[in-house]
Design a protein. Structure first.
Length: 227
């Protein structure tokens, strides 16, 4: 069971700083970075401290990307100040206790930074390698618009033209891509043993927008529909 004792070390932090942080509402990962900085500065009675990246990783259990992002946000908000040490190989961290100078990143700024980051990786991908939803939708619509439809030879072109005219009368004109989907439906009906051209005729006669696979045998179907 854990039993922390002051004699084993403690950090002297002014109540005013804790109250300011509580009101500011930092995200969890940024709070974690601040806690590590407190530990290595105020925890040793110092204002600044050289902190290795590995230290942040070990004491927060965050990955490299999360640490860099949280640290960058804290610096941009002027909550943490970072300087290079004398040999230029490490970073010196200092918590800015003058909370009146802390700045908040606006949503606009955050989105702008995120967009810039995406452009650096690939304009079609976000930082995690996933295509944004709006981009996927645009690509999908573009493929539909540029779809090259070819009528199969087992469909009478004149009959197909009549069906397309029928769709226009219904105010539901068929695009090249939707025609492709309709033909795939007809293929299934054809494979089930029914005449696809009879199916087209029935759809026109009954005012249907699409095609439906008949139930039962072809003979019973024709008796019911082809009168």
């Amino acid at each position: 069971m854990a039993s922390p004792q002051l004699e084993n070390g403690y950090a002297r932090i002014a109540n005013e700083i804790l109250e300011a942080l509580a009101k500011y509402g930092l995200p969890k990962q940024e709070i974690q970075i601040v806690m590590v900085i407190f530990r290595h500065t105020y925890g040793y009675g110092k204002k600044t401290a050289y902190i290795k990246h590995k230290t942040f990783k070990d004491q927060t259990l965050m990955d490299k990307f999360q640490i860099s992002r949280a640290r960058k946000n804290l610096i941009n908000r002027n909550i943490v100040i970072v300087d290079k040490n004398c040999n230029g190989l490490g970073l010196i961290y200092r918590f800015n206790k003058n909370y009146h100078t802390w700045q908040s990143l606006t949503k606009t700024t955050t989105l702008k930074k995120s967009t810039t980051s995406m452009k650096i990786v690939d304009k079609n991908y976000n930082t995690k390698g996933v295509v944004p939803l709006d981009k996927r939708n645009k690509d999908k619509e573009s493929k539909k618009e540029n779809f090259n439809f070819i009528l199969p030879d087992w469909i009478d072109p004149e009959l197909w033209k009549q069906f397309l005219d029928h769709r226009k009368k219904l105010r539901k004109p068929a695009t090249a891509y939707s025609q492709h989907l309709l033909i795939k439906k007809l293929e299934k009906i054809k494979e089930a043993g029914f005449d696809p051209e009879d199916t087209i005729n029935i759809s026109i006669e009954r005012g249907w927008q699409g095609f439906f696979q008949p139930q039962g045998s072809e003979d019973s179907w024709k008796q019911n529909f082809l009168k």
